[in-house]
Design a protein around this ligand. Structure first.
Ligand code: NAD
Ligand code: TDX
Length: 338
């Protein structure tokens, strides 16, 4: 089995590559990644060095490179993780989100179709549904109503995948997962930003009233769901993935959990101006993937955060080496005037 993992040097992609090596050791895995600010070859370095994973540096939006790669290797399965993934960055500049998330996905879809890929998995997000009020859940038929440029670009990609299935008979599934956390997450997202800032005794900038609710899932649970969707999901279907009631928490509770595990003071919390169009609440109904494919999340929120905090405590060199250069410029720009 020949598998392509795009974005495999990023957070979820690299966790997925490690997961595949453990769960499907006979599969031949190629990673295609542009190594943007969010990509880090260190995340999969030992696998690349030992030769169990092939690494190709390049963009999914580079048609020539993608076409050559697909012609050179007959991939059975493609997992498309590659994306610009941060909502705040999409507010500051949306063009690269359109180029990578929409154009890049279309270029992959065309190459997959031309070379007879048997299954294409599009890693999408619950953000395509927009925001919930105080009650209710996202189901797979919830109308698409993205609010950020990031979410709009992921929605565009989803629609191109569905069009490729309907028009051209490509075998593809779409997964829509909630907020992931765990090892190797770039420290611009809430969980790693707040853990690493707390470790440095720096303020934790909480947007708005801190009561926006997210559904937090440990990354390994997401990886297990993705492999199942790749192997057994029905083509043309969407599968929601989430952690259920245990992981649904307002940001202030997530923040307090991090601080209590680290033994740090809540005085580090700093309320700052809200994100524009900040979605109020996400909650996932994952009964479809549970009943069709038998998937359920295994790791509780408390356990997942403990594991994650431990990882950041033990891997200071990893995050200190990325909290430099471009990151500091971005941080200053995003947080200075809040
Ligand atoms: P990430 O930003 O950590 O990683 C993205 C990876 O894609 C990086 O390695 C980057 O170098 C690579 N990349 C970016 N542009 C590229 C291009 N043009 N060509 C090739 N590679 C490129 O993102 P993540 O959090 O790991 O998210 C992975 C996927 O999962 C994304 O598609 C995202 O939309 C989706 N998702 C993320 C979450 C979450 O909570 N993080 C939740 C649901 C869905
Ligand atoms: O500094 C911050 N302060 C803050 O209060 C940051 C970075 C975030 N927040 C809030 C905004 C959100 O309500 O925390 C919540 C989580 O924010 P992010 O980590 O930026 O995630 P979110 O905007 O919910 O989007 C994430 O989940 C879905 C990922 O970034 C996406 O890639 C994924 O698709």
């Amino acid at each position: 089995m020949n598998v392509l993992v795009t974005g495999g040097a990023g957070f979820i992609g690299s966790n997925f590559v490690h997961y595949l090596r453990r769960e499907r050791p006979s599969w031949k895995v190629t990673v295609l990644d542009l190594l943007t600010y969010a990509g880090n070859l260190k995340n999969i370095a030992e696998l690349v060095e030992e030769g169990s994973v092939r690494f190709v540096k390049g963009s999914i939006a580079d048609k020539e490179l993608v076409d050559d790669l697909f012609k050179g290797t007959k991939f059975n399965l493609v997992f498309n993780f590659a994306a610009e993934s941060h909502v705040d960055r999409s507010i500051h500049g949306a063009q690269v989100f359109v180029e990578t998330n929409i154009m890049g996905t279309q270029i992959l879809l065309d190459a997959a179709r031309a070379t007879g890929v048997e299954r294409f998995v599009q890693i999408s997000t619950d953000e395509v549904y927009g925001s919930l009020g105080p009650t209710g859940f996202f189901v797979e038929t919830t109308p698409l109503n993205p609010t950020s440029p990031y979410a709009a670009s992921k929605t565009g990609a989803d629609l191109m995948v569905l069009a490729a299935v309907k028009t051209h008979g490509l075998e593809a599934v779409i997964t829509r997962c909630s907020n992931n956390y765990g090892p190797y997450q770039f420290p611009e997202k809430l969980m790693p930003l707040f853990i690493t800032n707390a470790l440095e005794d720096k303020p934790l900038p909480l947007y708005g009233d801190g009561l926006n609710v997210r559904s937090w899932i440990y990354v390994e649970d997401h990886c297990a769901a993705l492999l199942l969707c790749g192997e057994k999901g029905r083509s043309g279907e969407v599968y929601n993935i989430g952690a259920g009631a245990d992981g649904e928490l307002p940001n202030i509770e997530v923040t307090k959990t991090i601080l209590s595990i680290l033994g740090k003071s809540e005085d580090l919390i700093q309320y700052v101006a809200d994100r524009p169009a900040h979605d109020r609440r996400y909650a996932i109904d994952y009964s479809k993937i549970k009943s069709e494919l038998g998937w359920e999340p295994k790791i509780s929120f408390r356990e997942g955060v403990q594991r994650t905090v431990e990882w950041y405590k033990n891997n200071k060199e990893w995050w200190q080496s990325v909290k430099t250069g471009e990151y500091l410029k971005y941080y200053e720009m995003n947080y200075a005037n809040r």
